[in-house]
Write a protein of this length. Structure first.
Length: 119
């Protein structure tokens, strides 16, 4: 199983960035796919999560209206479009996959990609 993130980097406040996560080794379409982020000394927090069926996505409060998650089940890739970036978005962003409804019998994490927003 692999989740390979790309697209991170250094941007200025107000700019945009798109992260990609290419998945392999599991049945992508059967998994909820999402993004979490973490800064040193803090817990990993939800950024966005899209159900396996492509239904309504869930977003963290701090990114609602600015970030958009999407998935391509043919390419086994999940994307995170990040607009109007601010200093508080600086973090390591992790791709996440899970299978299940209430109980998740499979969960996978990517290695993370750094996003740094400067003023």
């Amino acid at each position: 199983v692999q989740l390979v993130e790309s697209g991170g980097g250094l941007v200025h406040t107000g700019e945009s960035l798109r992260l990609s996560c290419e998945a392999s080794g599991f049945t992508f379409s059967s998994f909820d796919m999402g993004w979490y982020r973490q800064v040193p000394g803090k817990e990993r927090e939800l950024v966005a999560l899209m159900p396996s069926g492509g239904g309504r996505a869930k977003y963290g409060d701090s990114v609602k209206g600015r970030f958009t998650i999407s998935r391509d089940n043919v390419q086994s890739t999940v994307y995170l479009q990040m607009n109007s970036l601010n200093l508080g978005d600086t973090a390591v962003y992790y791709c996440y996959a899970r299978r299940g409804m209430v109980y998740f019998d499979k969960e996978y994490w990517g290695q993370g990609t750094q996003v740094t927003v400067s003023s």
